[in-house]
Ligand binder design. Structure first.
Ligand code: FAD
Ligand code: SF4
Length: 487
């Protein structure tokens, strides 16, 4: 423990943000990381709890008290090794993780929690800056071949762990670039894509082969992005590889079956967001959906909706409104009741701060327009009684809308892909596999494993990394009889 009285002396120090007027001019990241001095002070606030709840609250079980202490002492090199021992990609989580570790921090019971995420961000930035993040190729090859289907955080974590265990790993991705939702869901202003590119280079040097624009499967639904130029059937993949990891995410979007859904101007969030990421990467996008000068309504109050808000504002929308079906949560959680768990409370993202009207307990009844083009949205207020949603009498209202983005989450993975592999599904349509005990991460299909959103349903980057790592160990055990990869 760095400074014994640190938690009493120092306040939480937040990372800085560029002002909205500056950051709205482009799609670049705008968070100003802590300086070395600020990070030292933040590290000094950690109490090195006998039972570090932060470590348990973190899905990858980051060894937080140890690296807090190392940062306090200015030993970034060792802090990086400790951080990498549990997390392959801290530059992703240090930027976009909602930080369940901080909700679990013991200091948070009475004070502001330790700024764990900002310290993680600082450690990995120092690591890259000093050239400490280098390829770690396996000392020897096993001769076994593993195919990873999907290149989001789950697929990448699994691929890196398996390559480091000496297996020949090929990652197949139906998009034209690697990264999954890190690349084509999450906007650049939350995480610039150069962070993914650096990791891909590291992984290539560790022996991982990447094949983009290749769909593994057979049929694919029209309402999910697929830019593949080549298709490989599951049975052909299984012939060539000793094990297959399915890490294709939960891509089937939740639709809004109301009259007028077919009007021009109504889009899934994942039609809109990837286009801007592509444009930022220098691609030409034909008929790009653009919010410039338009009245935008985002339906859905989560992360995806918030990303539509930030992107619409950057494109120059005339107005942006976001509706959520559930009632507005409390501004502050009841700490003694919920700690150390993730609390339900009002969350205002940096995108909301940039300009957005938000409204809760609103249900869309229909969309209306002329000549096939969206013009307005008709909604009503709702109440929740005994778990059931009821319309508030005489509460119907309408608002001008040129664009509506549907950001109501994802129902499941694409069923036809799981079917093509003959993988059993759970009650929610996810690939069925347990996460501990013998046979964990293994699906009902021979030599086929599953990790990340495809197994757990839509979730978080940090959970995808955890599952990718744990799945890699399960595959290694399956191939070799035992494994030295971390659990
Ligand atoms: C807009 C948006 C914003 C988000 N923001 C955050 C955030 O700020 N913080 C956070 O923690 N989480 C966030 N999330 C959630 C997070 O991105 C996901 O939980 C995470 O990326 C899941 O990782 P994954 O590897 O399981 O799948 P994905 O990231 O979905 O990657 C799956 C990949 O597999 C490919 N694929 C699928 N099927 C096939 C196939 N048959 N053949 C070949 N390739 C295939 C897909 O093209 C995709 O690239 C966000 C999600 C969205 C949609
Ligand atoms: S719970 Fe908070 S104070 Fe305790 S060890 Fe973790 S970060 Fe430090």
């Amino acid at each position: 423990m760095g400074k014994i009285t640190g938690f009493m002396e120092f306040q939480r120090q937040e990372e800085g943000y560029l002002p909205p007027a500056t950051r709205l001019k482009n799609y670049a990241e705008f968070v100003i990381p802590l300086t070395n001095e600020q990070a030292k002070v933040q590290g000094a606030r950690c109490m090195d709890c006998g039972i570090p709840f932060c470590n348990n609250g973190c899905p990858v079980n980051n060894i937080i008290p140890d690296w807090n202490d190392l940062v306090y002492r200015g030993n970034y090199r060792e802090a990086l090794d400790t951080l990498h021992s549990t997390n392959n990609f801290p530059e992703f989580t240090g930027r976009i993780c909602p930080a369940p570790c901080e909700a679990a921090c013991t200091l948070g019971i009475s004070e502001d929690p330790v700024g764990i995420k900002s310290i993680e961000h600082k450690i990995i930035d120092e690591g890259w800056e000093h050239g400490w993040v280098v390829p770690q190729p396996a000392a020897r090859q096993t001769g076994k071949k593993v195919a990873v289907v999907g290149s989001g955080p789950a697929g990448l974590a699994a691929a890196q762990q398996l390559a480091r265990a000496g297996h020949a790993v090929t990652v197949f991705e139906k998009s034209d670039r690697i990264g999954g939702l890190l690349r084509y869901g999450i906007p650049d202003f939350k995480m610039e894509k150069s962070h993914i590119d650096r990791r891909i280079e590291q992984m290539k040097a560790e022996g991982v082969v990447f094949r983009t624009s290749v769909l593994i499967g057979k049929d694919f639904p029209a309402n999910v992005n697929n830019w593949a130029k080549e298709t490989i059937f599951p049975e052909d993949l299984e012939k060539e590889f000793d094990a297959v990891v399915l890490a294709g995410g939960a891509e089937q979007p939740r639709d809004l079956p109301v009259p007028g859904r077919e009007l021009k101007g109504v889009h899934f969030a994942m039609d809109f967001l990837p286009q801007q990421n592509k444009v930022n990467a220098g691609d030409k996008v034909k008929d790009q959906i653009k919010a410039a000068g338009k009245h935008v309504v985002v339906i859905g109050g989560g992360d995806t909706g918030s990303d539509c808000v930030g992107t619409s504002n950057r494109q120059g929308a005339a107005s942006v409104t976001q509706f959520e079906l559930m009632p507005m949560p409390p501004e502050q959680e009841n700490k003694p009741l919920v700690w150390p768990y993730w609390p339900t409370k009002l969350r205002t993202s940096s995108s909301h701060d940039e300009g957005c009207e938000r409204d809760w307990a609103v249900a869309t009844k229909r969309l209306e327009g002329k000549g096939g083009k969206l013009e307005k949205l008709v909604a009503c207020r709702v109440e929740w009684k005994d778990g059931k949603m009821v319309e508030v009498p005489n509460s119907e209202f309408e608002m001008k809308a040129d664009l509506v983005f549907l950001a109501m989450g994802f129902v499941s993975p694409v069923a036809s892909i799981l079917d093509a592999f003959g993988v059993d599904k759970d009650g929610r349509g996810n690939a069925k596999a347990t996460t501990d005990g013998e046979g964990c991460y293994k699906t009902s299909a021979a030599k086929v494993f599953a990790a990340g959103d495809v197994r757990r349903g839509q979730s978080l980057v940090v959970w995808a990394i955890r599952e990718g790592r744990q799945c890699a160990r399960a595959v290694d055990e399956f191939l070799m009889g035992s494994s030295e990869l971390p659990r």
